[in-house]
Design a binder for this molecule. Structure first.
Ligand SMILES: *Cc1c(COP(=O)(O)O)cnc(C)c1O
Length: 431
C-alpha cells in the first residue's frame, strides 16, 4: 500500500520486527559488522549484498534515514553523508571530475558558489555560472561539449527566488545531461524535485530536514534510470580493480550500478575513499526531526507570510524578496511549483545606514544572529557580510544581494512575538 507523505515521514524504511521490536530506531554505534562466513564475505566484497560491512560506507541507523528520505521523494536510491557540502561536492565530483563542467545559477548557497571556485576547480571540475537563471534558455545557450550537469537550488538562499524547473529539466535532458537540485530550503514537504524533472536531489539535512540546529548532515537522492552515455561520462565507465567481480574482472560504476551510478559511486568510492560518513547518532537525530517536518515547515511558512505582511508596512524596508511578497515576479512560479507555500526563509533590504543596520541586528531579542537556516528558532543575518561573504562584489551584484540585505529564517515561535521583536528593533535602530 502506498502511504501519504505524513505517514511515510514517521514510518518509512523501518520495521521494528527487524530490530528487536524497538519502536524508536536504534542507534547502531558500531564500526564493523560480523561477516559470518567466508562465502558471505565474498558476496559482500563483490557488491552482491547491501548489508553493512563498515560504518564509513553504511550503517543500519543511517540506512533507515536513507530509506525514509528516499520514500518521501518516491525514489529508491539515497546516500547520506556528513554534511550538505559533502553531498554537493561528491555529487559534482561523481559526474564532472577530471575535466567536466557544471552549469549553474548564481543564486546558490554561498558555500556552494565558493566551493566550485576554491576547491572543485582544483579537482578538475569547471563551472559556468549564467547571469540570468530566470530565463531557462540562458542555460541552454551555455551548455558546452563538456558540460556534465545543470545544478540549481529550489528556493534560493537568501533571496527566495524560484526557477522554472520543468523548462530547465527539459533543456538538460535534451542535451543528455542530468539536472541536480539542491532542495534544502524547500524540503520534500514543499517540493519534490523528482516530480519536475530532477535526476539528482541534494540536501543539507542540517537545515529544515533535521530542523533543530543540532546536526551537520547531507543526503544525495537519485531518481534512477538516467541514461548515462559512457562516452560522455567516462569517469563512470572506468574499470576499477576494487570493483572486480568474483572472476577478477575489473568493473566500472556503470557496470555495478547501471540505474543509480551517482549514489552508487558516492557510496562505493567517495564515502569509501574521501570518507565524509554520517554518524549513526546524527542519523537518529535527523529521523526524529523528520517526524515533525510537515508541521514545522507549514508553521514556518504561515508565520513567514505574516511577517512579510508586517514588513510591507514598515517604512524602513526598501523591498522584500519572497514569492508571496506584494509584486514579486516569482509568484506565478511559486503558485505552480510550491502549492503549499514558499517556506520560512526570505530577505528584505534594510533602509538605513550601516550603523543603523548593525544596531537593528543587535537589538532583536528573539531572533538569533547565526549562520544557519531552517532551525526551530528564528534567525537573522546580514548575508553579504557573513553567510555570503565569500562572494566577490561582482558575484554579489549578479546574485541581487545588496550590502543592506537582511535574511530571516522563521522558526516556531509565536509569529506576533516575532513581529513585535522586529518592530522594537527597528525603533531602537532609528532613535
Ligand atoms: C547550508 C546549506 C548547504 C551546506 O550544508 P552543510 O550541511 O552546512 O554542509 C548547502 N546548500 C544549502 C542550500 C544550504 O543552505
Amino acid at each position: 500500500m502506498a502511504y501519504n507523505f505524513d505517514t511515510l515521514k514517521i514510518r518509512a524504511g523501518y520495521n521494528p520486527l527487524e530490530h528487536n521490536n524497538a519502536v524508536s530506531v536504534p542507534i547502531y554505534q558500531t564500526v564493523a559488522y560480523e561477516m559470518g562466513s567466508t562465502a558471505r564475505a565474498d558476496a559482500l566484497f563483490a557488491f552482491e549484498l547491501e548489508d553493512p560491512l563498515y560504518t564509513r560506507v553504511s550503517n543500519p541507523t543511517v540506512q533507515v534515514l536513507e530509506k525514509r528520505v528516499a520514500a518521501l521523494h518516491g525514489v529508491d536510491y539515497a546516500v547520506a553523508v556528513a554534511s550538505g557540502m559533502a553531498a554537493i561536492s561528491y555529487t559534482v565530483l561523481a559526474l564532472a571530475a577530471k575535466g567536466g563542467r557544471i552549469l549553474t545559477s548564481p543564486r546558490l548557497y554561498g558555500g556552494a558558489v565558493d566551493g566550485f571556485h576554491s576547491i572543485l576547480e582544483e579537482l578538475g571540475v569547471n563551472y559556468d555560472m549564467i547571469a540570468n537563471p530566470d530565463d531557462p534558455y540562458e542555460f541552454e545557450r551555455n551548455i558546452k561539449e563538456d558540460t556534465k550537469a545543470i545544478y540549481i537550488e529550489t528556493i534560493s538562499n537568501p533571496l527566495a527566488t524560484v526557477l522554472d524547473f520543468d523548462a530547465i529539466a527539459e533543456i538538460a535532458h535534451k542535451h543528455g545531461i542530468p539536472l541536480i537540485v539542491d532542495n534544502t530550503a524547500a524540503t520534500p514537504y514543499l517540493f519534490n524535485p523528482f516530480e519536475h524533472g530532477a535526476d539528482i536531489v541534494v540536501y543539507s539535512a542540517t537545515k529544515a530536514l533535521c530542523g533543530h540546529g543540532n546536526v551537520i548532515a547531507g543526503i544525495v537522492l537519485e531518481k534512477g534510470g538516467f541514461n548515462y552515455d559512457p562516452a560522455k561520462f567516462p569517469i563512470l565507465d572506468r574499470k576499477l580493480w576494487f570493483l572486480r567481480d568474483r572472476n577478477e574482472n575489473p568493473r566500472s560504476i556503470l557496470d555495478i550500478f547501471p540505474t543509480s551510478p551517482v549514489t552508487g559511486k558516492i557510496r562505493a568510492v567517495h564515502l569509501n575513499y574521501l570518507g565524509a560518513a554520517l554518524s549513526p547518532f546524527d542519523a537518529y537525530l535527523i529521523l526524529l526531526g523528520i517526524e515533525t517536518l510537515s508541521e514545522r515547515v507549514a508553521k514556518q511558512t504561515s508565520s513567514a507570510v505574516k511577517i512579510v505582511k508586517y514588513l510591507e508596512t514598515n517604512k524602513h524596508v526598501n523591498w522584500i524578496s519572497y514569492p508571496y511578497a506584494a509584486g514579486s515576479k516569482y509568484k506565478a512560479l511559486a503558485d505552480k511549483y510550491l502549492p503549499k507555500g514558499a517556506g520560512g526563509i526570505f530577505s528584505f533590504e534594510f533602509n538605513g545606514t550601516e550603523e543603523q543596520k548593525r544596531k537593528f541586528i543587535e537589538s532583536v531579542n528573539i531572533f538569533g544572529y547565526q549562520a544557519n537556516i531552517g532551525d526551530a528558532r528564528s534567525l537573522i543575518v546580514n548575508p553579504a557580510q557573513t553567510t555570503h561573504g565569500e562572494l566577490t562584489h561582482e558575484q554579489r551584484d549578479v546574485t541581487g544581494l545588496s550590502i543592506n540585505t537582511i535574511r530571516l529564517s522563521i522558526g516556531l515561535e509565536d509569529p506576533q512575538d516575532l513581529i513585535d521583536d522586529l518592530d522594537q528593533a527597528f525603533e531602537k535602530a532609528f532613535t
